[in-house]
Design a protein around this ligand. Structure first.
Ligand code: NAI
Ligand code: MG
Length: 802
């Protein structure tokens, strides 16, 4: 035993272990063997796999590996429980969620210790971060449950939700998934990660005690195959996944064309940007939280340190001395900063990537103290002299490894930060508020932390751009992932549609063009495409004849091909930055101008629509009138689609900004050749996107006639590009295009499937549907649903004060 004098001399920490007694007795109560939790009861254990404590490499329990039959039983239980759960009064569901929050708090210590034993993360983190955030998540969503009918009017539960989560925040990811699902009135089947099943099982018991009705929450354990069985189950209506981009891509493909709603929270390689005026001591503590929190096994870990040249050496020196003082060891020791890596396979992966970094010529540095050798431990590691293109600068390491690069100017910092296929989070360090708020919108990331890092809260949305996935978790924006619009009942929709334009003359005679001589000359224009603000000759000279229902030639439209789409995407990219930065007022003015110019040519457009479709003059006029009104709608929205300031529990704000997605492909419905196109293009450009549009294939002439309206309405070149031709082949080219950030497709189910499959190449956001829409109806044809689909929410966290 050391004397006080000796301790005073060395300043050594003594051991401060958290007791594992309660966790051990919970495991003993279950004889350390678990079945699944299905329909409110434990199943008999089946084929078992080991649950290992990575800090000791000892097996602490055995858990059942879920089969396809287990998944089926769980989905059936969830399906059976759905009607009653969905029909509960919002207040009743709110009470259930509240009870879950209380249950988590009551068992906070047990959950924290169990999580540390199962995952290897430090008790300091599970006790002070993970478990409190879990309780907070259930409280916050008890609130959304209470407010569901008023705040999400016209929306309802999606149905049975399948949820698959990773091992890095086992209980927290469970809460992020379960709380909004239940608040929205859904029932669910959740699969924890195979490395970390225990806290989910403990949570099942807490939910059971709290009186959650049988079948509402089902927990099935297992490996990737069990997850795949959930993904592929025909009675699952939505999949929510957090994990690797690789598996996210598999799930995107597996659900293509199934109609399942999908949200994906995937990997990242998030930049941590330090400008030369930053407070370097705060930066050092920020880095500790960014990359050594949870041993760097964090999807939004600040794993790329980008430092302005002038302060780089100073910062690296400070970091090294701080790293010497980090404490690594038993996760249950309350004075430990870093615990164990989750499993040997992850440890090997980290070692392999670090070795690759050394081989590729970067300089590796680790503190002088020795790591424990009896568990899965890895020391904090710092790389300097890193090339931006090297493996360690590009690949998600998911370990305590930081790579450092330098930049000279703010522009260079943005380019370097965005030089990644990912787009999850970013951290910006500067004492200049001007600089911070100039940089934040320029970063391709779903979350930006100003002078802070790894801040999370249930009230603020979290989620990525690009290969980091799509969808948000948390806050109002996260709730949208768990509700769907109640489709207008068709008779109601039809009634509403006739309300839209009361001033339309009532001509009830249906007079299809087929019965009248066409007033238009047969071929009156040279058909072209519209690319980069100009009427452009198609790559190949082919055209298609557009016939009236009676077979008369109405006109011709060019057959666009792959090359034309590529040119159009290029033009849309060239226009993207400037259009995104245009003010809402400015974009609104341009949309009003388009509407004005269309109104001048109303009769001409109506005739053309009637000639192509044979819908009759009354319907054709109604379509043009509705198109003008729709342009007004989005001109109105252009400066009104506000973001939010979320009430997060810090001294500061989280600003939720609606941002354009970027360059979007828009494949229009066949029907309503003008209104269908305007209903999609107007919200996309009103929110600052640029577009490549494939108009109605059978009736493209409303679009080709529209070129001249775009030309005379101050729409900047490249904001709207139109390529006519065969819908599905063109849609496929768009969906496969790596420089396109989103695609909307309105067509047949096979086309939906092809688009969703091909979109997996760069994980672009999709909105693809084969369901009919009443384009004339105001509820179905326009509004916030379209604006949401055209935007990302970026949360910028700005703490106040010194
Ligand atoms: P993973 O993506 O394979 O595992 C995540 C979850 O998906 C687990 O529950 C797993 O059982 C399940 N799963 C695996 N294959 C599936 C399939 N085909 N269908 C449905 N579900 C499936 O991640 P893994 O293998 O644990 O880690 C590999 C790498 O992924 C890590 O080194 C890290 O880079 C990254 N990762 C990223 C995470 C994040 O939060 N962004 C979380 C976990 C891992
Ligand atoms: Mg895996």
């Amino acid at each position: 035993m050391s004397t006080v004098a000796e301790i005073f001399e060395t300043m050594e920490y003594g051991p401060a272990p958290e007791s594992d007694k309660e966790a051990l007795s919970w495991l003993a109560k279950h004889e350390r063997v678990f079945g699944h939790y299905i329909n409110g009861a434990w199943t008999e254990p089946g084929k078992l796999f080991d649950v290992v404590n990575p800090a000791t490499n000892k097996t602490i329990a055995r858990v059942t590996d879920g089969t396809a039959d287990d998944v089926d039983a769980a989905v059936k239980a969830a399906r059976a429980a759905l009607p009653a759960w969905k029909a509960l009064a919002p207040h009743a569901r709110a009470r259930h969620l509240y009870a879950l929050a209380r249950g988590v708090q009551k068992h906070a210590r047990l959950l924290a210790v169990l999580e540390s034993m199962d995952n290897g993360k430090s008790i300091r983190e599970t006790r002070d971060i993970d478990v409190p955030l879990v309780a907070r998540h259930f409280y916050h969503h008890a609130g959304w449950a209470q407010l569901l009918d008023t705040e999400f009017e016209g929306y309802e539960a999606i149905g049975v939700v399948g949820q698959i989560i990773p091992w890095n925040f086992p209980l927290l990811m469970l809460a992020w998934k379960i709380a909004p699902a239940l608040a929205g009135g859904n029932t669910l089947v959740l699969k924890p990660a195979e490395f970390t099943p225990l806290t989910a099982l403990c949570f099942a018991e807490i939910a059971h005690e709290a009186g959650i009705p049988p079948g509402v929450i089902n927990i099935v354990n297992g490996h990737g195959e069990t997850g795949a069985a959930i993904v592929n189950h025909p009675e699952v209506d939505k999949i929510a996944f957090t994990g690797s981009t690789e598996v996210g891509r598999i799930i995107r493909k597996a659900t293509a064309g199934s109609g399942k709603k999908l949200s994906l929270e995937l990997g990242g390689k998030s930049p941590f940007i330090v400008y030369d005026d930053a407070d370097l001591d705060s930066v050092v503590e920020g880095v500790v939280d960014a990359i050594w929190f949870n041993q760097g096994q964090v999807c939004c870990a600040g794993s790329r340190l980008l430092v302005q040249e002038g302060v780089a050496d100073k910062l690296v020196a400070k970091l090294r001395s701080r790293m010497e003082k980090l404490r690594l060891g038993s996760p249950l020791d309350k004075a430990v900063d870093m615990g164990a890596i989750v499993a040997p396979v992850q440890l090997d992966r980290i070692r392999g990537l670090v070795q690759q970094g050394v081989n590729e010529g970067a300089t590796m540095w680790q503190p002088s103290w020795a790591c424990p050798t009896d568990g899965c431990f890895y020391p904090p590691t710092l790389f300097t002299d890193v090339q931006p293109s090297s493996t360690i600068a590009q690949v998600e390491i998911f370990g305590p490894v930081l790579v450092t690069m330098t930049f000279r100017t703010p522009e260079e910092s943005v380019a370097l930060a965005n030089n990644t296929p990912y787009g999850l989070a970013a951290s910006v360090w500067t004492e200049s508020i001007n600089l911070a708020l100039d940089i934040a919108p320029k970063l391709k990331a779903g979350v930006v932390w100003v002078n802070s890092t790894n801040l999370f809260d249930a009230a603020a949305g979290f989620g990525g751009y690009r290969e980091s996935g799509f969808g948000r978790e948390g806050g109002r924006e996260g709730m949208w992932e768990y509700v769907k619009r109640i489709p207008p009942n068709t008779s109601r929709a039809a009634a509403k549609a006739s309300d839209v334009h009361r001033s339309s003359p009532i001509a009830d005679r249906q007079s299809p063009a087929a019965t009248r001589p066409s007033p238009l000359p047969a071929i009156d224009r040279t058909p072209k495409l519209f690319i980069g603000g100009k009427q452009a000759r198609p790559d190949q000279g082919y055209t298609r004849r557009i016939l009236s229902p009676s077979g008369a030639v109405v006109g011709e439209a060019p057959e666009g091909n792959r090359k034309d789409i590529r040119n159009a995407v290029e033009a849309a990219h060239a226009a993207a930055g400037k259009w995104a930065r245009a003010t809402g007022h400015n974009r609104g003015q341009i949309l009003y101008y388009v509407a004005e110019n269309l109104a001048v040519r109303e009769q001409e457009f109506a005739k053309r629509i009637d000639a192509m479709t044979g819908c009759g003059p009354r319907r054709a006029k109604q379509e043009v009138d509705a198109s003008i009104s729709r342009l007004f709608t989005y001109a109105a929205w252009a400066d009104k689609y506000d973001g939010a300031v979320h009430s997060v529990p810090i001294r500061g704000v989280a600003i939720a900004m609606n941002e354009p997605i970027g360059v979007m492909g828009i494949v229009c419905p066949d029907e309503f050749p003008l209104l269908g196109m305007i209903s999609l293009v107007a919200p996309a450009i009103a929110t600052g996107n640029t577009t490549v549009v494939v108009p109605s294939s059978p009736y493209p002439l409303a679009a080709t006639d529209f070129y001249s309206i775009l030309e005379t309405s101050d729409v900047p070149a490249g904001v709207v590009n139109i390529v006519t031709g065969d819908k599905d082949p063109l849609a496929k080219v768009l969906a496969e295009h790596d420089d396109l950030e989103a695609i909307w497709y309105f067509g047949a189910r096979d086309g939906v499937k092809a688009v969703e499959l091909a979109s997996a190449s760069n994980m672009k956001r999709t909105w693809a549907t084969w369901h009919d829409r009443s384009w004339l109806d105001l509820g179905d044809g326009e509004g916030r649903e379209f604006l949401r689909a055209a935007t990302h929410v970026k949360n910028v966290w700005v703490p106040y004060g010194e």
